[in-house]
Design a binder for this molecule. Structure first.
Ligand SMILES: Nc1nc2c(c(=O)[nH]1)N[C@H]1C(S)=C(S)[C@@H](COP(=O)(O)O)O[C@H]1N2
Ligand SMILES: [Mo]
Length: 264
């Protein structure tokens, strides 16, 4: 992390405050005695000072998350959160064994993409064995397979105004909201989106991704905590800011107080 921050400062020539704001680790954002909303919002405003081109310069500068071997996989990936979505939209694509599923790349792109599962499976894939860390206090090592997100974003043509990807999911979280349960969603900056270990995983531990773990497609953003690993993803939307989604903090759990960056 420290190395990454230094790299960014050097490359961007930004003052320490703006370069590091994007990278503040978990507790700084909501245990710091700041009102969370104020702290987060001003942090995000400063994060916007990073230009798209400067972010792209950084791609390839990032360290990889540790990768493990098959011998390190001791058990199946422990399912957590939603394990069997019941929304009509999900049930409809599941009924046909995901033959009608589409992964959409929309928003601030020149050419929106809509890819079937078969099309995703025909792309060059990356397989990585990594450790998933859930903030609830458990970890699992598992093998994930799928195409990298970066080349797909290049194909769609990310527009200069884009700063973040919002990952929209099929499942809703039954949290007792008066407006009905909100959908799970997540977001990342473009550095994480273009990171070589950021993949659209359709495979797990050598087989198809199980429904409990996010079938047909879930994100793996390997330098981030468990809640950033959006399952049941149907749309990746390129945006300049994410305050209009959900509670405005960049993800379902972020709207409930978790840190946005969620780095490990
Ligand atoms: N769509 C969706 N994605 C999600 C969740 C969820 O409930 N819904 N839970 C998150 C949390 S907190 C964790 S730890 C991981 C769990 O992934 P797993 O079920 O494959 O272990 O998914 C994350 N992504
Ligand atoms: Mo989690």
């Amino acid at each position: 992390m420290r190395q990454l921050i230094l790299n960014r400062r050097r490359l961007l020539g930004l003052g320490a405050a703006s370069a590091s704001t994007l990278l503040l680790s978990g507790c700084d954002w909501y245990d710091g005695g700041l009102g969370m909303g104020d702290g987060l919002r001003s942090a995000l405003e400063r994060a916007n000072a990073l230009t798209y081109h400067a972010q792209r310069l950084l791609v390839g500068q990032q360290a990889l998350a540790t990768e493990y071997t098959d011998a390190d996989i001791r058990q199946g990936q422990r399912p957590n959160g939603t394990v069997d979505p019941q929304t009509p939209e999900y049930l409809a694509v599941k009924a046909n064994n995901f033959a009608d599923y589409r992964l959409n790349i929309t928003g601030l792109v020149n050419t929106p993409l809509s890819l079937s599962l078969a099309e995703l499976k025909a792309l060059p894939a990356r397989t990585q064995i990594t450790r998933h860390d859930c903030v609830e206090g458990w970890s699992c090592i598992a093998k994930w397979t799928g195409p990298q997100l970066g080349p797909l974003l290049d194909r769609a043509g990310v527009q200069p105004a884009a700063r973040f990807c919002v990952y929209h999911c099929y499942d809703t979280m039954d949290d007792g909201s008066l407006d009905g349960p909100p959908p799970y969603y997540e977001s990342s900056d473009l550095v994480d989106a273009f990171h070589p270990q950021t993949i659209l995983a359709y495979g797990m531990n050598g087989g198809d991704l199980p429904i409990a773990n996010g079938a047909p497609v879930r994100m793996r953003i390997e330098r981030a905590l468990g809640y950033k690993q959006a399952k049941y993803v149907h749309t990746i939307e390129l945006v300049s800011d994410f305050t209009k989604f959900g509670g405005g903090r960049g993800g379902y759990w972020e709207d409930n107080g978790y840190d946005w960056y969620g780095g490990i």
